[in-house]
Design a binder for this molecule. Structure first.
Ligand SMILES: C[S@@+](CC[C@H](N)C(=O)[O-])C[C@H]1O[C@@H](n2cnc3c(N)ncnc32)[C@H](O)[C@@H]1O
Length: 271
């Protein structure tokens, strides 16, 4: 396990994922019933962007750094929450900030040191369970929960060549166990071939109601570079696709260096 999110926290992939995550939770919370949120690849929960690993790559400057300087209207909700939380939040802390008293969250983190850090962050929080366990195995073990509705965020590091395949399998296993749940799976877009293969696999999975929200900052040609990213969503809430289109259009315009940024919301499978 070489990947440490601390080096990449705050990059454009984080901004895209977290802005859409907030939109998904906001939509789910329009109904009063308690939610179960599973964050399968959680990281350490919060990051100091002014010292340590984040300063070594500086990736955050072209992501959250730029948004804090110039936030388009469509990103107000996301940027407002980031400002409110102080230390730059990862997905578990964003989810925790949005939980209502009737909601709960479980997070998995396999890296031993990162799992300890995350446990410390949520020590004595009765609404949060931290599991130092493998995400792919946890999807089978923790689903279905007692709650009827909820969200599963899948955000692997994509350092293993089979991460796309693992994710496609995990989505199928997870969906079979919690059919009403929203599943959101983040993926990198370096070049298009692996993304197309993953989306085709999901189209043929038999699962209904799937969209893909893709965003890129430059042409998706150089396979050695993170040129864009996407979020595949199963059971997207009503109005989410339109909200995602507006947010990703604004985000790609704000963060792209030149004229080659863009975004696309694609319906892969009908309801
Ligand atoms: C991209 S980062 C997660 C970032 C986090 N979701 C966020 O948005 O702030 C991926 C995390 O997954 C962890 N990880 C890698 N393989 C894992 C596995 N099989 N099970 C659980 N966690 C894993 C890594 O240690 C890393 O912290």
């Amino acid at each position: 396990m070489n990947y440490r999110h601390a080096f990449h926290a705050g990059n454009f992939g984080d901004c895209m994922k977290h802005a859409l995550l907030i939109a998904l939770l906001d939509a789910l919370q329009k109904k009063p019933g308690g939610l179960f949120v599973l964050d399968t690849h959680a990281g350490i929960g919060q990051y100091d962007l002014d010292q340590g690993p984040a300063t070594r790559t500086g990736e955050w400057r072209a992501g959250i750094g730029r948004l804090l300087d110039y936030a388009p209207l469509e990103m107000d909700r996301y940027v407002g929450l980031i400002r409110e939380l102080g230390l730059y939040p990862g997905s578990p802390r964003i989810i925790r900030a949005l939980l209502r008293p009737q909601d709960r969250m479980a997070c998995c983190e396999l890296h031993p040191e990162d799992a300890v850090t995350l446990r410390r962050l949520f020590a004595r929080d009765p609404q949060v369970a931290v599991h130092a366990r493998d995400a792919w195995e946890a999807i089978g073990a923790l689903l279905p929960p007692k709650e009827k509705r909820g969200l599963v965020l899948i955000d692997p590091p994509f350092e293993a060549p089979d991460d796309f395949a693992q994710m496609a399998q995990a989505l199928q296993r997870g969906h079979a166990r919690a059919r009403n749940f929203v599943f959101a799976a983040w993926y990198p877009i370096k070049h298009r071939a692996p993304v197309r293969e993953f989306q085709t696999q999901m189209k043929q999975s038999g699962i209904r109601d799937i969209i893909a929200a893709d965003m890129w900052l430059r042409p998706t040609l150089d396979a050695s570079r993170l040129n864009g990213c996407g979020l595949l969503v199963i059971n997207p809430p009503f109005g989410f696709a339109e909200a995602a289109q507006a947010m990703l259009t604004a985000l790609s315009l704000t963060l792209a260096d030149g004229p080659d940024g863009g975004c696309e919301i694609t319906r892969l499978v009908d309801e």
